[in-house]
Design a protein around this ligand. Structure first.
Ligand SMILES: [Zn+2]
Length: 263
């Protein structure tokens, strides 16, 4: 059997996976992969908890509030409608009430590309950081075109369990993240994306995690991404670091134990 691996960030809810979810979960089992499924709003948060209950050997839950204005823009024209008109403080209460069912807070953060109400985004982001600190869970962060603002805010809080998901910022920001001892979760698109290859080359394994961001960022053209494809990232990191895959997996698993499972 392959060594176990954890996909620290993906979207497995019914917005993206419908009748194919059973097969996706089966392929996780075959490849010894488990996954942290992230919610982004009340509907997906509840769906993620349901998935964790249905597939407890594969799915861990992470509940979050993605910038609602950006999510609205991103899901425009989609046949599935997400409820984006809700009370943020009540949703935070819901997440806190479920703290024993989750391994992380996320997906949260700021998005200046698709969002418009930056004041609301910042207020919400700060509440999510405070929530993660209160319940002592790692926080999984989205920072599209808002990288420098997000890092500034995070630096005000002295919190170590910070995971920068699919970080697209520039080199000086990558260095700041590294110096703050936070983590990068590296997406499967690293197989062709030189930006992530560079981050991996320059960062010690003790600050790296693996993610697919399924169904996005697939390592294969014309194939929807899924957590079991995380093995492609391990291959690539092993090549870049000139280390056996087993060493890469062992080291990254240790990071996961420390962060998510209180080892
Ligand atoms: Zn995501």
């Amino acid at each position: 059997m392959r060594m176990k691996l954890l996909d620290v960030h993906c979207h497995l809810d019914e917005f993206f996976y419908k009748e194919d979810i059973d097969e996706v979960i089966d392929r996780c089992r075959q490849n010894n992969v488990s996954a942290v499924a992230a919610g982004v709003n009340p509907g997906t948060n509840r769906n993620v908890l349901m998935l964790k209950k249905k597939y407890p050997d594969v799915v861990h839950a992470s509940l979050g509030i993605y910038p609602p204005d950006a999510l609205k823009k991103e899901t425009e024209g989609s046949e599935n409608k997400l409820n984006l008109d809700y009370d943020i403080d009540r949703e935070i209460e819901f997440i806190e009430k479920n703290k024993d069912n989750i391994v992380a807070v996320g997906e949260v953060g700021m998005d200046f590309k698709d969002g418009t109400d930056f004041e609301m985004q910042e207020k919400t982001f700060r509440k999510m950081i405070e929530l993660a600190m209160r319940i002592k869970k790692p926080i999984i962060i989205h920072s599209r075109k808002a990288e420098s603002k997000v890092i500034d805010i995070l630096e005000e809080y002295n919190y170590s369990k910070v995971i920068m998901h699919c970080f697209g910022g520039k080199h000086s920001q990558v260095r700041r993240i590294r110096e703050n001892n936070w983590y990068f979760s590296i997406p499967t698109s690293i197989v062709r994306d030189e930006h992530f290859q560079k981050i991996v080359k320059e960062t010690q394994l003790r600050q790296l995690l693996l993610e697919t961001d399924s169904p996005f960022l697939s390592p294969f053209k014309d194939r929807k991404n899924e957590p079991s494809f995380i093995t492609e990232t391990v291959k690539k990191i092993s090549e870049l670091k000139r280390l056996p895959e087993i060493d890469v997996s062992t080291m990254i698993n240790r990071n996961c134990e420390i962060l998510f499972f209180d080892a």
